[in-house]
Design a protein around this ligand. Sequence first.
Ligand code: GTP
Ligand code: MG
Length: 440
Amino acid sequence: MSAPAPIVELVAGVRSGDRRSLAQAITLVESASDSDLHPKIELLNLMWSRPMAGTVRIGISGTPGVGKSTLIEALGTRLIERGHRLAVLAVDPTSARSRGSILGDKTRMPTLATSPDAFVRPSPAGFGLGGIAASTASSITVCEAAGYDIVFVETVGVGQSETAVAGVTDLFLLLHSPGGGDELQGIKRGVMELADWVAVTKADGDLLPAAKRAESELKMALQLMRPKPGRDTTSVSLCSAVAGDGIDQLIDGLLALHGRLADSGEVAELRRSQALQQFRSAYEEGLTERQAPNGFDELASRAPSPVGAAYLALHEVSHVSELNAVTLFIGDMERSIRFYQVLGLELVFGGSDAPFSTMKLGTNFVNLEHNSAATPVRRWGRPILFVHDPDRVHAAAIEAGYEPHDPPADAPWGERFFHIDDPDGHEVSIARPLAPPPDE
Ligand SMILES: Nc1nc2c(ncn2[C@@H]2O[C@H](COP(=O)(O)OP(=O)(O)OP(=O)(O)O)[C@@H](O)[C@H]2O)c(=O)[nH]1
Ligand SMILES: [Mg+2]
């Protein structure tokens, strides 16, 4: 591993169960700051290697005041008694709730706040690359590496946060207050469909009759909805965190459901597709929102479009991925294929007589599309080909009679690169990134 010592030490600290290391690691993975990006990726790569198949991730949501924190305290206390270790992460995209109020939450979780077998983490101040989902998924990874086998993600129900939380957890528990009717109407159908389980809270004392009514209304409403894949119907149950009723049944039901889905391979499949989605949103967000450390003007002067500039920025600061396919409109297929072969690409599809060809260099793909229109179609950006030895490619191009714009040069951010026009005037960058992407 090439990670610098502090990250390796931090990972060791987390795995040994040191709470300060755990808190520090979560702060790092939640960070939206550019300077934290590389250490964060290193940390996650090191943590990712640990098998986490046995863990249980449950999202818990409901309107403000429905009793989320109180119920989590009750569920968590029982889980710890049963020998589990529980991490509770809070997610609040509204920023209406400040960091301070998790202290309020912690007072509703007195046992969990002080137990050595529980870890309660407030909502992050901001969300890094990839938004809520990627940030929360990273925190979950860190908690699991620290030995917490059950992770609850609490979110206040405001619409978009449920979707984000459902996108990083295995099961989604929706809490409903003893009120029925109007309130039931207020819950969006989409949120209801996310639920694996609906629990009516505060089923005690004066509220018990209302809670029972809400339970039967919910059962009726859920019958009209399509159950989630692998499930017959969405379960509805009553619980009271205050009286302690329905708590063990809720735990047994959730763990049994999770066990079934884990055995059938659905949990693994779900986690795979969630990881892919998180990668995509981090990448897309990187393309659209990331601030370039060198300044946008400087990047824009080297790239023909805002997307091209963002792409350069993404590369220079993150190594998240490569934009690895570009389509160019060309006038003469044979001529273009010859040119790209000189640059080291191989033909993998099409050919001299084909209207469309694909050429490949490592993970870079250049599609050549024959353009018969009178006015050439403008390309949207500039292809950047990453190679091990730009100087050799430069020499080969000159030997074949092409004219690169400039000799290979070292960029201030570490790349060695040069530019060359293809036969149709598309400017191509040939570059060797200084540091390989973390996974290589
Ligand atoms: N009767 C009764 N009251 C409850 C129960 N659980 C929670 N409450 C009360 O409901 C109120 C809200 O509880 P919280 O646990 O803070 O609710 P929350 O959903 O976490 O609230 P936010 O984090 O602000 O969205 C408090 O006054 C609790 O005492 C219960 O089982 N029975
Ligand atoms: Mg709460």
